[in-house]
Design a protein. Structure first.
Length: 299
């Protein structure tokens, strides 16, 4: 997989990564000579990682209201100064998304850590995760599907976010449990491995002093049966991104209800594969959430 890492980007790749239309990029090249793409032996234009960095910076400045005619006259150090100025006035995701994106494209963990450490001096982990990591990972997922980046890129940045989640969960899990009436059991169904959302819910629950049992990914249906005998008032929480497949979700939830939702137990579930289900259900023991934030607000 590492052998397939991109070092050359087509104009379509640059369009996907920057959000700037291909014809606009060509205008910037011809009218303002901002970029000088190279060409392959077959005369196909391509951009290097340095070209992409500059395009991302220029796109950011244009988005913040700076005129391209003015930007084109700036020296590299003046562009950097303008980026710093605009960053100070931007939202969290606007200010840091491109920087994280470049660190991902370069597979540069050191740069990621520098950016993350700067973020922690200004924002809470909750803000960093919700306002930067969630939209960034969503954007990266779309770029991977369009072959703009490789799976290696997505895995690289996802694992760095995963590491930060674990560190912050460890910190808050040392807090005293203040809400012990309910027990939250967090798990992913068999073959489901997309764990970041569930981990963040675990972080939020621990932050608020709740008792949690984190079982993690790919848990066989029958492996949680013993919990009903050990605890009362359980809220099971799960997240369906890939499994169970859409056509099987309703049956999975129905089977889960029949086996595990005794007395006051509940199942809270969200994720892409649940979106086709009706939000209105007459069963008070089952709660469906459209996204991670909606579920977190109910904790």
């Amino acid at each position: 997989m590492i052998n397939n890492i991109k070092t050359q980007f087509s104009i379509k790749d640059v369009e996907n990564l920057s959000g700037i239309k291909a014809h606009t990029i060509r205008i910037w090249e011809k009218r303002y000579t901002l970029f000088e793409p190279k060409r392959t032996e077959t005369n196909i234009r391509y951009y290097t990682i340095d070209d992409l960095k500059k395009i991302l910076n220029v796109a950011f400045l244009v988005e913040k209201g700076n005129k391209i005619s003015k930007i084109s006259k700036l020296k590299p150090e003046e562009i950097r100064e303008a980026i710093v100025l605009e960053t100070s006035k931007s939202t969290l995701s606007e200010a840091y998304e491109n920087s994280i994106l470049v660190s991902m494209l370069n597979f540069d963990q050191h740069q990621f850590e520098i950016i993350y450490n700067k973020l922690t001096n200004e924002f809470s982990f909750r803000e960093i995760f919700n306002e930067l990591f969630v939209p960034l990972l969503s954007k990266i997922g779309l770029q991977w599907q369009s072959n703009t980046i490789t799976p290696a890129h997505e895995h690289f940045i996802s694992n760095l976010v995963y590491q930060k989640l674990l560190v912050n969960i460890e910190k808050v899990s040392q807090n005293e449990i203040t809400e012990s009436v309910k027990v939250y059991v967090l798990f992913l169904p068999m073959n489901e491995i997309h764990e970041l959302g569930l981990l963040f819910i675990n972080y939020e629950l621990n932050l608020k002093g709740n008792k949690t049992i984190y079982l993690g990914q790919s848990i066989p249906f029958e492996n949680i049966a013993f919990l009903n005998d050990r605890f009362d008032n359980i809220i099971f929480i799960s997240y369906f991104t890939v499994y169970p497949v859409v056509d099987s979700v309703e049956k999975y939830i129905s089977d889960f209800k029949n086996v595990y939702l005794k007395n006051s137990n509940e199942l809270w579930v969200s994720g892409r594969n649940t979106l086709s289900l009706s939000k209105t259900t007459s069963d008070k023991n089952i709660k469906l959430f459209k996204d991670l934030n909606e579920m977190i607000k109910s904790l």
